[in-house]
Design a protein around this ligand. Structure first.
Ligand code: ACO
Length: 428
């Protein structure tokens, strides 16, 4: 017999079905709550609200578990490539060799962006933040592919848009950097894999040969895999909400990029490095900054600490911390920021304030140090996150459209004025 939840309101009892996921996650299905009782639920910040059923990513914040389509993140980060993981997230299964070849070839074929788009780049000031450029450029892609405006045209058309977007995002990202440097744009080289091609477009110059260090390619694959999906976070929920209005995929992903930009979300990786540099330049007194983070009168927070769902440890942070040590050692880099990061982590983890609030380093605490080692400029860190998160956003959008989910439209509790009469301006 299936479980139900009983809610007592105004002396009456109402029953609502309990939904149980494959990993035994439980929810009360209140979709009929308003119709039957006249009440809505109130959950600012959606801390307890399941907005959808999804078969893509499972995470358990208490146990520090993260699975993509059932596969543990630890195994994927160690053994898979980013493109393989992208296929897994979007199509729901690990690809065979020939499926992977077809997928990679299709992406490779679409890496060029329309020549006219170069003019858009040139109009941006050199100081433009690359996230602003990226979000606008991704939305602009919709103007070059008008057939994509109907997101449900056919499965083939949908796939073409997905492949185009996966192919062009690294090109647009690298060009936003080149534009900021006022360096010539590097066209994609289609004999290179996804990560190598991105590094080539970022750091290659027409005047010299550029070969990508396999240590860098390996680190980049890992970083992108770790960021590839994280169920219903702020940017992914944005993608699902925007997509639910049947806006096209380019506009939808552009909205996700904007949501990711904020320092409380993907922008945290840039904020972490800036914080470490600030502590370093201030003499490296870690205790002083931990005290500031604890002081409620002070707006300073330890960036890269805390997570809405991980309340024990972030499994991605564990993998990335090790990767960080490996990369720095292999590249022979001695970064004082890493020393400060380690000190900060130690002090905070032993501090009652952080222990009581379950505040642990999250994925972004160490990712910035690796990006820095790969010579990625600080302002590009969140762009790197966006490249990593793209397959997740696409998979979530695809799932939502295939399940014909209704338009997202939360309710509210109105707390404003009750009706009153308009007052002429002369009498106010
Ligand atoms: N430094 C100091 N105190 C913190 C921090 C922090 N980084 N994070 C949370 N706290 C404190 C809060 O002040 C609050 O204390 P209180 O209970 O005494 O009022 C308590 O811990 C709970 O914090 P909330 O902000 O309510 O937690 P929430 O789940 O809403 O926020 C968030 C999570 C946004 C990640 C928060 O921990 C934070 O701002 N972290 C720093 C930014 C960051 O690293 N973001 C990246 C997240 S990972 C990602 O998006 C990829």
């Amino acid at each position: 017999m299936s479980e139900t939840a009983k809610i007592e309101l105004d002396g009456k009892t109402y029953e609502f079905p309990v939904v149980v996921g494959t990993e035994n996650e439980k929810a009360i299905d209140i979709s009929k709550l308003r119709d039957t009782t006249g009440y809505v639920t109130l959950d600012t910040g959606y801390k307890n609200t399941g907005a959808t059923k999804s078969a893509i990513t499972f995470l358990d914040g208490e146990l520090g578990i993260l699975h993509y389509r059932g596969y543990p993140i630890e195994q994927l980060a160690e053994k898979a490539t980013f493109i393989e993981v992208a296929y897994l997230l979007i199509y729901g299964k690990l690809p065979t060799q020939s499926e992977l070849n077809d997928f990679s070839n299709s992406i490779t074929k679409h890496t060029l962006v329309h020549e006219d788009m170069k003019q858009f780049f040139e109009a941006y000031p050199a100081k433009a933040h690359p996230m602003g450029v990226l979000s606008s450029m991704v939305c602009s892609l919709s103007t070059f592919y008008p057939e994509s405006l109907d997101p449900n045209r056919s499965p083939e058309a949908k796939d073409l848009t997905i492949h185009r977007l996966l192919a062009k995002l690294p090109t647009l990202a690298a060009w936003s950097y080149k534009n900021a440097m006022r360096h010539p744009f590097m066209y994609p080289k289609n004999n290179l894999d996804y990560c190598s091609n991105f590094m080539y477009m970022m750091f290659g110059m027409p005047t010299e040969d550029y070969t990508v260090d396999p240590v860098i390619v390996d680190a980049l694959n890992k970083l992108l895999i770790l960021h590839a999906d994280h169920e219903q976070n702020c940017s992914t929920s944005t993608v699902r909400i925007v997509g639910s209005s049947q806006a096209n995929l380019y506009a939808t992903i552009s909205a996700g990029i904007s949501a990711l930009w904020g320092p409380l979300h993907g922008g945290a990786n840039q904020a972490v490095i800036e914080m470490l540099e600030q502590i370093h330049n201030d003499g490296g007194d870690v205790d002083k900054w931990v005290a500031k983070a604890k002081d409620k009168e002070d707006s300073f927070r330890l960036m890269g600490f805390g997570h809405r769902v991980y309340k024990n440890f972030d499994p991605r942070a564990t993998i990335i911390k090790k990767a960080c040590d490996d990369v720095l050692e292999k590249l022979g880099i001695n970064d004082p920021m890493l020393e400060i990061a380690k000190k900060l982590e130690k002090v905070a983890l032993e501090d009652d304030y952080f222990k009581a609030r379950n505040l642990y380093p999250n994925v972004d605490f160490y990712s910035g140090i690796i990006y820095k080692a790969l010579k990625i400029p600080t302002e590009m860190f969140t762009v790197m996150f966006a490249i990593g998160r793209l397959p997740g956003w696409i998979a979530q959008w695809k799932e939502m459209t295939e399940n014909n989910e209704p338009i997202g439209r939360p309710r509210q509790i109105y707390t404003g004025e009750t009706p009153r009469d308009y007052v002429e301006i002369s009498k106010r």
